[in-house]
Design a protein around this ligand. Structure first.
Ligand code: CP3
Length: 347
């Protein structure tokens, strides 16, 4: 029986927490939980011949979305896709070479945005993935959609690849703020469509990944992180009322409270560099948070893991809390460490 046929009263601990209801034990999921640390992922990826082939095959991508749920019973399943599908739909070519990071071409250093030919049909298989995953998830599991935030996505579109400190893109934004604003606005507009499409297909909440928010000066953070994310949140809230949005401005540090208040996100992802006790004291009471175990503590296991988990669990005595990492799970993480994490978090 499909999940949609079940009564509305089925309790979903993750969704309830995102709506502000604290649970006795925090619900748990892990960023990048579908991926290379799982042998079943590596097998399906090899069978499909690469990341993009896998991510654009709805049957296979829905299967990858479900793999960590079957193995670990996480409270949330995150759509298996990538933040770079948006630049791909905006007309850049996208490749994920083995052993190197993703590549986008032409870069927006060499070509203007207006010279690209958008092809939003490239997003259609992703909506089909969401529909398939939604139809076969356990009733208590929450399905999360996601997109990259405009700043982080722009860093890849401008440089054509990941870069150490996003210097080309930060310099571009200083040198030509009008052209850069047009890029950020175009990403934000498509992101609203894209997330609304995921939600219409069955996503119950959505996360905005701003992985490189930490490289910006306070003024740039206001202009390129807070402003466009606020616009996305407002537009989505109008179109999809009641669907929680998680903001994850990695590296925001002392700008976290301004991000929370300025964007209006429903919940906040905390990276591993934040002291969770200080974050709890700094943030508006009642705002749900997610995080913030160091992925390297999970990779290491043993005492580092046990202590790290205990510290996160103790940090939020009253606030709605979702247990997660401070960033994505590393590809060499032993499965036994994920099992140990779940035993400790679930008590
Ligand atoms: O969380 C999940 O399980 C859902 C799937 C997901 C992927 N990418 C799959 C993926 C999500 C949510 C992302 C987000 C993403 N992608 C971000 C934001 C979060 C973060 O980690 O900061 C960013 C910056 C990207 C861009 C990206 N995609 C990079 C830099 C890379 C290469 C580096 C790496 O970690 O492998 C990817 C490839 C990618 N996206 C893989 C996966 C499982 C590995 C591809 C492979 O199978 O070889």
């Amino acid at each position: 029986m499909g999940r949609r046929a079940l009564p509305d009263s089925v309790h979903k601990p993750l969704l309830a927490t995102l709506r502000g209801e604290r649970q006795d034990r925090p619900p748990v999921w892990l960023m990048r939980q579908a991926g290379r640390y799982l042998p079943e992922y590596r097998a399906l990826r090899a069978e499909k011949g690469g990341f993009l082939a896998l991510a654009t095959d709805p049957e296979a991508a829905a299967e990858v979305t479900l793999q960590p749920i079957r193995r670990f019973g996480f409270d949330g399943a995150i759509l298996f896709s990538d933040i770079l599908m948006v630049p791909w739909a905006m007309g850049q070519e996208l490749s994920f070479g083995a052993g190197e990071g993703p590549r986008l071409s032409p870069t927006l250093l060499t070509r203007k945005l207006a010279e690209l030919s958008p092809d939003v049909a490239r997003l259609a298989p992703i909506y089909a993935t969401v529909r398939r995953a939604a139809a076969s998830l356990p009733a208590a599991t929450t399905l999360l959609g996601f997109a990259g935030s405009p700043w982080t996505v722009a860093t890849y579109m401008v440089a054509g690849q990941g870069s150490k400190d996003q210097a080309e893109t930060r310099a571009f934004a200083y040198a030509d703020p009008v052209a850069f604003a047009a890029i950020v606005d175009a990403i934000a507009d498509l992101t609203v469509e894209y997330l609304a499409g995921q939600i219409a297909s069955g996503a119950e909440a959505a996360q905005l990944f701003d992985s490189w928010a930490g490289s910006l000066s306070p003024e740039q953070f206001e202009r390129w992180v807070i402003e466009p994310n606020a616009r996305i949140v407002a537009a989505l809230r109008a179109r999809c009322p009641g669907v929680p949005i998680i903001g994850f401005p990695k590296g925001a540090g002392d700008k976290l409270r301004a991000y929370a208040e300025g964007t209006g996100v429903d919940a906040l992802g905390l990276d591993e560099t934040l002291d969770p006790v200080l974050a709890d004291a700094m943030l508006p009471p009642g705002l749900p948070v997610q995080g913030n175990l160091d992925p390297l503590a999970l990779l290491t296991g043993g005492e580092a893991l046990t202590r790290g988990i205990a510290r996160v669990l103790a940090a939020f005595p009253e606030r709605p809390h979702i247990f997660n990492l401070g960033h994505g799970i590393g590809q060499h993480t032993p499965i036994a460490h994920v099992e140990a994490l779940l035993r400790q978090v679930r008590g």
